[in-house]
Design a protein around this ligand. Structure first.
Ligand code: HEC
Length: 163
C-alpha cells in the first residue's frame, strides 16, 4: 500500500540519527516522503507524481505548468503567487508543489477525527474491549508501541517515522 498523503506532513525532514527501539531494532534513518524516504519533504514529494510514467505521465515540468496556466484556477494562482508566476517554469513548478504541500499540511487533510482521537481529547470513551486492545498495543507483550509510538499526551501518529 502506498503511504497516504494525510498526516504525511508530520514526517520530519529525512535525516540520519542513531536510534534503537526498546526491542533492539536499530533504525538510524528517519522521515522524508515516499516508502523509501527518497524525497526530503512534502514540497519535493509533490513534484514527482506529475512526471512519473506510471502516475500522471506528463512530459516535463513545462507541460504541467502549461496545464495549470490553462486551468480554471489559474487566476487564483496568479493572485497568490504573482501575475508573472507562469512566465518561468522552475518558479511556477515550485509554486505548484508549494500549493499542494500547503493543502496537505492543512487541517482539512489532517483531521484527527477518528474515535481514537475523540477519546484522546476526552470527548469519548473506549469500550472495555477497545481499552483492552489499546493496553495490549502499548504493553511489553505485543510491543507495538515500540515502533508505533504513542506519546502520553497530545495527538498520536502511531509512528516513529523511522525505517
Ligand atoms: C519493530 C517495529 C515495529 C513493531 C514492533 C510493530 N510494527 Fe507495525 N509496522 C512497522 C513498520 C515499519 C510498518 C510499515 C511497513 C510498510 O509500510 O512497509 C508497520 C505497519 C503496520 C501497519 C500498517 C499501517 C498502514 O498504514 O499500512 C499496522 C496496522 C501495524 N503495523 C500494526 C502493528 C501492530 C498491531 C503491532 C504489534 C502487535 C506492530 N505493528 C508492531 C513497524 C513495527
Amino acid at each position: 500500500m502506498p503511504p497516504p498523503a494525510a498526516y504525511a506532513f508530520f514526517s520530519p525532514q529525512f535525516n540520519k540519527s542513531a536510534h534503537t527501539t526498546p526491542d533492539g531494532t536499530v533504525s538510524n534513518y528517519q522521515g522524508g516522503q515516499f516508502l523509501d524516504g527518497r524525497r526530503p519533504n512534502l514540497m519535493e514529494q509533490a513534484k514527482d507524481p506529475f512526471l512519473n510514467p506510471v502516475e500522471m505521465n506528463n512530459a516535463d515540468a513545462a507541460d504541467v505548468v502549461t496545464k495549470v496556466s490553462n486551468s480554471n484556477y489559474a487566476d487564483d494562482f496568479k493572485t497568490m503567487f504573482g501575475a508573472n508566476v507562469f512566465s518561468d517554469v522552475p518558479t511556477a513548478y515550485n509554486k505548484i508543489a508549494m500549493a499542494i504541500a500547503a493543502f496537505e499540511a492543512s487541517t482539512e487533510v489532517n483531521r484527527f477525527s477518528s474515535k481514537f482521537d475523540a477519546v484522546r481529547a476526552g470527548a469519548e470513551s473506549f469500550t472495555p474491549s477497545e481499552q483492552r486492545g489499546f493496553d495490549l498495543f502499548k504493553s511489553n507483550k505485543a510491543k507495538c508501541a515500540n515502533c508505533h509510538t504513542v506519546p502520553d499526551t497530545g495527538p498520536v501518529l502511531f509512528t516513529s517515522h523511522r525505517f
